[in-house]
Design a protein around this ligand. Structure first.
Ligand code: MLT
Length: 406
């Protein structure tokens, strides 16, 4: 009988959000008359911006005519979208990124998970704790770690984010090759200053390491001093890959569109010491394993860069940020230390109690779903994440229920 990839046996039985969904489903089955409000997984609730809907309709009409019908598109994305991204997300911020360094895909989750394939199995990893679970799990699957010991995997240098360091991890004392960073952070909502990002770029340049910079939540940054892209830092083109998404920026969690930037000047070595451009490797991987995002979806994504699209997406994000402020203020009033929610859609609440117990308390007493911090790593223990992605009415009701329950 064929053998399995035993690295999968090292993983926790299920993905965090599947685990939560199962607990919530069990609760609702047992209490069908107690409606639950979901502030757990960061899934958007508001409809797509009107510019996206118009673009989807127009593109669908094109698909209905022989003369404008399109089959396979370029795997890396249509030029109209790559150029719009290069111009509005990068050139406008002074970042030297070309359209052909942008790879359009169906999700930052997939790209963050897949990117490790182009690096050696022996690459030394540094991953924040707490963190979006995809970075750790995909490296476990690829065999870069030992078996789980007390919630941690040997082979990973954990970058601890704690109340003591303001939830922005310090640069490791040891040398590592591949560093995952996420700012604004999921789950904590913390942001990194220009100086903090510059220190990471300097470290990566010194150690010939690569930064994998997940900025899926950059559109939530409201503090003008906080960089939106790692490429706002000088020298980052030689050391960083960046992941972005339309999911949270424009409500595309179900529609699916994202992109990854791999600058052509980013090099890494083979075993013999020869240098190779990672752009070529990622292009090879992407064109082999992916066939492009649907044309109407790419048209809808490009529509957010029009003046009306800008206005509509800003309003959408402002709406969620106002929810986040309500959450942070309410939890602070209840006596909890909180961060996030000002430049991010997540509020990170220091509960001082076991995070799954607190999750169960909110579910059972307030019928509110949050995300237990322990699900994001050992340093997440004692915290929960509350997401701002819901209607105003639901957020207000959830907060009133929490206040009554605690
Ligand atoms: C989250 O809740 O952390 C996100 O929704 C996960 C994701 O974007 O895949």
């Amino acid at each position: 009988m064929i053998q399995i990839n035993e690295n999968y046996l090292k993983l926790k039985a299920s993905y965090l959000f599947s685990d939560i969904a199962r607990r919530v489903a069990a609760y609702t089955a047992a209490h069908p008359n107690q409606p639950v409000i979901r502030l757990g997984i960061g899934d958007v609730t508001e409809p797509l911006p009107p510019v996206c809907i118009e673009a989807l309709h127009a593109a669908t009409d094109e698909m209905a005519q022989r003369s404008t019908f399109r089959g396979y598109g370029p795997e890396q994305g249509y030029a109209f979208l790559r150029e719009a991204i290069a111009q509005h997300d990068y050139a406008a911020r002074g970042c030297p990124i070309e359209a052909d360094e942008i790879f359009v895909s169906d999700g930052a989750k997939c790209d963050c998970g897949n990117i490790q394939e182009i690096f050696a199995p022996t690459a030394r990893l540094a991953i924040p704790d707490p963190v979006y679970p995809v970075y750790v799990d995909t490296n476990v699957m690829a065999g870069r770690t030992g078996a789980n010991v007390d919630g941690r995997y040997p082979g990973i240098t954990y970058l601890e984010s704690t109340p003591a360091n303001g939830y922005v991890p310090a640069i490791p004392a040891v040398g590592v090759d591949l560093i995952y960073l996420c700012f604004p952070n999921n789950p904590t909502g913390a942001v990194a200053t220009r100086a903090q990002l510059a220190a990471w770029v300097e470290y990566a340049r010194k150690h010939e390491a690569v930064l994998l910079f997940d900025s899926a939540y950059e559109a939530f940054i409201r503090d003008p001093a906080i960089p939106h892209s790692i490429y706002e830092i000088e020298g980052a083109r030689e050391v960083a890959i960046e992941f972005r998404s339309f999911s949270k920026t424009a409500g595309f969690t179900g529609t699916r569109c994202a992109y990854t930037v791999v600058p052509k000047s980013l090099l890494a070595r083979d075993a013999a010491g020869n240098r190779h451009a990672l752009h070529g490797l990622w292009n090879r991987r992407h064109t082999t394993k992916f066939n492009g995002v649907a044309y109407p979806i790419q048209r809808a994504a490009a529509a957010i860069y029009s003046p009306a699209g800008r206005e509509q997406t800003t309003a959408l994000i402002d709406f969620y940020l106002a929810n986040a402020k309500l959450i942070r203020d309410a939890m602070t009033r209840l006596g909890f230390a909180c961060i996030g929610g000002d430049n991010a859609p997540y509020v990170w609440v220091n509960t001082g109690r076991d995070s799954w117990d607190f999750f169960d308390l909110l579910l059972n007493q307030a019928q509110v779903v949050c995300t237990p911090g322990a699900g994001f790593g050992r340093c997440g223990e004692g915290h929960v994440r509350i997401s701002a992605f819901n209607s105003r009415e639901n957020v207000e009701q959830a907060l009133a229920r929490i206040a009554a329950a605690l």
